[in-house]
Design a protein around this ligand. Sequence first.
Ligand SMILES: *[C@@H]1O[C@H](CO)[C@@H](O)[C@H](O)[C@H]1NC(C)=O
Ligand SMILES: *[C@@H]1O[C@H](CO)[C@@H](O)[C@H](O)[C@H]1NC(C)=O
Ligand SMILES: *[C@@H]1O[C@H](CO)[C@@H](O)[C@H](O)[C@H]1NC(C)=O
Ligand SMILES: *[C@@H]1O[C@H](CO)[C@@H](O)[C@H](O)[C@H]1NC(C)=O
Ligand SMILES: *[C@@H]1O[C@H](CO)[C@@H](O)[C@H](O)[C@H]1NC(C)=O
Ligand SMILES: [Fe+2]
Length: 624
Amino acid sequence: MPLSSVHVALGRVVLVRLRLEARTGFPDLDWHCRGVEVRRLCDRQEEGAGLQHQGAEHFPCSRWLRSVDGDVELRNGDSESLLLHKSSEFAFSTNSLMSCGGLPCRWRTFAEGVPHCVDMTSLKELGPNLSYTRQSPGINLQYLRGFAERAESWSSFTELETMFSHNGSQNTVAKYVQAHWAEDWFFGYQCLNGCNPLMVRQTRLLPPNLSINSDILCPFLPDGSSLEQELERGSIFLLDYEMLEGVPANVINGKQQFLAAPLVLLHLNQEGELKPIAIQLQQAPGPQNPVFLPSDPGPDWLLAKTWVRCSDFQCHQLSSHFLRTHLLGEVCCTATLRQLPEVHPLHQLLMPHIKTTLQINIQARASLLAANGVFDKAVACGLEALPVLLSRATERLRYRSLCVPDDLADRGIHTLKHCYYAHDALRVWTALHRFVSGWVDVYYLGDQDVEQDSELQSWITEIYTHGFLQLPHSGCPQSFQTKPELSQFVTMVIYCCSALHAAVNFSQVDFDLWMPNCPASMMHPPPQTKGMLTEDEILSILPDVNSTCNLLITLFLLSQPAADYVPLCQYREPVFSSGAPRRLVEKVQAELRAISDEITDRNKKLELPYDYMSPDRIENSVAI
Ligand SMILES: *[C@@H]1O[C@H](CO)[C@@H](O)[C@H](O)[C@H]1NC(C)=O
Ligand SMILES: *[C@@H]1O[C@H](CO)[C@@H](O)[C@H](O)[C@H]1NC(C)=O
Ligand SMILES: *[C@@H]1O[C@H](CO)[C@@H](O)[C@H](O)[C@H]1NC(C)=O
Ligand SMILES: *[C@@H]1O[C@H](CO)[C@@H](O)[C@H](O)[C@H]1NC(C)=O
Ligand SMILES: *[C@@H]1O[C@H](CO)[C@@H](O)[C@H](O)[C@H]1NC(C)=O
Ligand SMILES: [Fe+2]
């Protein structure tokens, strides 16, 4: 069926729409269509091909057309484009759904109230398509293993420093942390640019549970100002670890451990430094729950801050890291395997970003999070606490908080000059969003196509059900009505599995190596009084020698570079190597390079560079 020639440049033809119309006076006959061929006569030069038929694009049809059927839509015969306006004959057969190692992928409940996981417990079940290998660790951990028997407190800060000088001295960030961990400005710095930049938020109101009056805080505010004025100005920030309230703490080396659920007020001063001004370690106010202040005796204030850092460690590892990157990635991967056929354009776009999550999470559940794993042996949130904290974090998970522009604005940190995390996150998000929107534009002509893509709708329903546990307050979409909604969601998935994981993963060795900066557990209850503590006594509250080393060994093992490290938006799959996908990939790669360059320049001017979100250091998927 020859089409008349077209005189304007055609982009990539992804869809051909045919309609059989009966002319009045002619019989209304059915026609058989074998297929449609679109030939280009002029724009072949770019690929160096001849002028002849190499440029033909094929749209297979092989069926009878009837005038009563109205429009029939055909997609390009090669795998990269797709018929989205599909009539029933063209629906993808479920046979083409990719399986996990040949078996259909099923869901499993790993813990009540926590996103569901893939129903597999061994890597064998994954099959070759979803497995990968990481380089085996080349580091020598013998020195740390030498501490493995010592179920006792560190004898002095000097002893801790000696261990650190062996195993942390090549790490310039860790050395910086060791030098500044006790300073107030550095405490605030870590809320913005440390390994867990997801907790701190601007507040205009004092939390009702924090028992302070504004007079008490006056000395820590600018001269002549008041707490009310500072709140109004937007320079008061809050850390609230209420999700830890009442979580049962672990027993380590036969000793009961403790958890707190602190509330912390911070003030942003004229120099742009964020400094803590009040710390209450438990949620419910009362005489046994004093509010610690910068004017308290040095050891009391330091211990209060250390308690907050320990609380942050739990939320960082389980909420920011495991839930928001690892589990979210696994939910999306499982939903993709179950609901989107391999030729679906979102299957193709997403898989490179999510396919490694199944293996790493199966391994994590079998080791790190299992009996005798590092949480069991060395972290205050042990095996009893894990499901409790994870389900609380899930209940508190908001879709808005996973979307960078919304999250930064909601937390009021988008305008902070010294929040490098916020700045870099927004730039990376914007580049990814442009890329994803371009991808969606190639395959979906209008909102209606999104609405009518039943596979896509099943996919998001599955994620809402198994990932967000049908909690409407999560704000997770239950269906997609428009292209922008779809682009936003897909950007979020790619962002969380790549950039967010880099922000919370790469940074952990740097900030956790000097143990007092991030103790994984505390051996005494939160202090109820002030003025009775010496700095050395703090050591008897911090983790034992061998639990410290246990954690460090895990961190070192997790820090091994991947043998097949793939940076953000570098793709090996053939679908990305031609046509519209290739152009989109080239564009986003150029944008990401520009972001890397800008970050490199910025970092030259910083005493402590922030490069976790530099796109060349961001891995394409969660693989560790
Ligand atoms: C692995 O992927 C290839 C290509 O997509 C597919 O043909 C094959 O069936 C898959 N293998 C398994 C075990 O799923
Ligand atoms: C610490 O060492 C003791 C033996 O002295 C051992 O029983 C215990 O499991 C070790 N603890 C950790 C956290 O490795
Ligand atoms: C720890 O220090 C020891 C002794 O200097 C060294 O042999 C070992 O390689 C270090 N380990 C790491 C992980 O840096
Ligand atoms: C105040 O503390 C109580 C008791 O711990 C807790 O149940 C409640 O959620 C807290 N309120 C706020 C606003 O955090
Ligand atoms: C996680 O961080 C370590 C460094 O701490 C790095 O070697 C590793 O490649 C990172 N993994 C990912 C997936 O970002
Ligand atoms: Fe990770």
